[in-house]
Write a protein that binds this ligand. Structure first.
Ligand code: SF4
Length: 352
C-alpha cells in the first residue's frame, strides 16, 4: 500500500530577480502559462500511474512567484490534482504570494478554488531596504495583502529577511515589534546569506559578522511574540505550516515542476526524485534516516526516534551532551536553545 504523499509545485517565474536570490526562478512576468500548466498536468498524470490515487494532506505552491499565475492556470492544475488523487478534506493548500502580483479579486478567486493559506514575501518593513533588496513592491503593498488575507479569515504567514548590511540587534528588535503589532499568527525570519552569482554576490557588501548574526537571532527569539517552532519559523500553536512540518518530519512528498525535489515511498523503498524524470533513484534507509535527522532537528520539537532513525543516531553523543540535546516526552531528540545555535556541528556529531 502506498502512503499519503504531500505535494510541492514549483512555479519558477518572477516579475524580476531580487538582488539576493539564488532560487530556481527567472525574471519572466508573462511566461507561456499554458505550456507550464501542461507540463505540471502531465507530471501529475504520471505520478498517478506510478502511485495510484494516493491521499494528499498538503499542497504547496512555491517559487518563484506562484501568485503571478493566472487563476485559470491554477484552476487547471487543481482540477487535475483532484481528478488524479484524493485531496483530503482538510488539505492545507498554500500559495506563496508576492505583494503587487495579486489584488483582492485575484485573492478571492484563488481562495474559491481551494487555497487556504497564503505566505506573503514581505522581507522588510522599510521601503529603502526593499529597494536595496531589489523587491518590486512597497511596504504598503505588503500590509494591504496581509490585511486582505486576515479579513478573509485564512491562514497567513509573512517572510522577513534580517542581517542586512546596517542591521543590528536594535533594528531587528524594532522589526520584530512591528511584526508583533501586525497580529500575524505565523512568520518566517530568514538570515540574509550572500550567494555567488547573484548581484549581492558581486557587491562586496559589509555584512554583519557571524557573532552579530547570532545576536540578532537571539534578539528575534526574545522579541517576537510568536514562539519559534523551527530554526527560521515562528507561529502560535496550531498555525504552523503543516506542509513543511510533514516534510521536516520525513513524510513522503512529490516535487512537481522543473527542479522540484521529492522523496517518494513505494513498498517501503524510498526514492529521491526531482522534477519530471530529471532524477528518480533509490535511496537506502540510512540515507533517508540521516535526512530526517537533518530536517527534524531544525524543529524545536526535534526528530522522532524510531527504528529508522535509531540506526544512525549516535546515542553516546546524546547522553554526553545534555546541554545541547534533550529527549522529549514523546520520544523525540530535540536541540536545546544552546544546541540550536550550533546546529550544523550538532548534526554532524549526532549522526554515526
Ligand atoms: S521573488 Fe522570491 S524567487 Fe523571485 S527573485 Fe525574488 S526572492 Fe527570488
Amino acid at each position: 500500500m502506498i502512503p499519503a504523499h504531500n505535494i510541492y509545485i514549483h512555479v519558477p517565474f518572477c516579475m524580476s530577480k531580487c538582488n539576493y536570490c539564488a532560487f530556481f526562478s527567472r525574471a519572466c512576468p508573462t511566461p507561456d502559462w499554458d505550456t507550464y500548466a501542461n507540463e505540471i498536468i502531465s507530471e501529475i498524470k504520471q505520478w498517478e500511474k506510478i502511485l495510484g490515487k494516493i491521499n494528499v494532506p498538503t499542497v504547496f505552491f512555491g517559487g518563484g512567484t506562484p501568485s503571478l499565475m493566472p487563476v485559470n492556470i491554477f484552476d487547471k492544475i487543481m482540477s487535475q490534482l483532484h481528478s488524479c488523487f484524493t485531496i483530503q478534506n482538510k488539505c492545507e493548500i498554500t500559495l506563496e504570494s508576492n505583494p503587487g502580483t495579486i489584488n483582492e479579486n485575484k485573492l478571492d478567486d484563488f481562495l474559491r478554488i481551494g487555497v487556504n493559506r497564503i505566505s506573503v514575501g514581505v522581507q522588510s518593513l522599510r521601503n529603502e531596504v526593499l529597494q536595496f533588496l531589489g523587491r518590486q513592491h512597497s511596504v504598503n503593498d505588503a500590509i494591504k495583502l496581509i490585511d486582505a488575507c486576515m479579513q478573509r479569515g485564512i491562514s497567513v504567514s509573512a517572510d522577513f529577511i534580517y542581517g542586512i548590511p546596517g542591521d543590528t540587534t536594535n533594528t531587528v528588535a524594532v522589526l520584530c515589534k512591528q511584526i508583533n503589532s501586525m497580529g500575524l499568527q505565523h512568520c518566517s525570519m530568514y538570515e540574509l546569506t550572500i550567494e555567488p552569482n547573484t548581484p549581492f554576490g558581486k557587491m562586496n557588501l559589509d555584512m554583519p559578522t557571524n557573532d552579530e548574526m547570532a545576536d540578532m537571532y537571539t534578539a528575534i527569539g526574545q522579541t517576537l511574540n510568536l514562539p519559534r517552532y523551527e530554526v527560521s519559523n515562528y507561529a502560535i500553536h496550531g498555525a504552523e505550516c503543516r506542509h513543511n512540518q510533514n516534510i521536516w518530519d520525513g513524510a513522503p512528498y512529490i516535487g512537481l515542476g522543473r527542479g522540484a525535489a521529492g522523496r517518494i515511498l513505494i513498498d517501503d523503498q524510498w526514492y529521491e526524485q526531482m522534477g519530471n524524470n530529471e532524477l528518480f533513484k533509490k535511496i537506502d534507509n540510512n540515507t533517508r534516516a540521516t535526512e530526517r535527522i537533518i530536517t527534524g532537528l531544525r524543529q524545536v520539537r526535534g526528530v522522532q526516534i524510531d527504528d529508522m532513525t535509531r540506526r544512525v543516531i549516535n546515542t553516546d553523543f546524546v547522553k554526553q551532551n545534555p546541554e545541547l540535546l534533550r529527549i522529549t516526552s514523546d520520544n523525540r531528540i530535540a536541540a536545546t536553545e544552546r544546541g540550536m545555535l550550533v546546529l550544523d556541528d550538532l548534526i554532524m556529531n549526532l549522526i554515526r
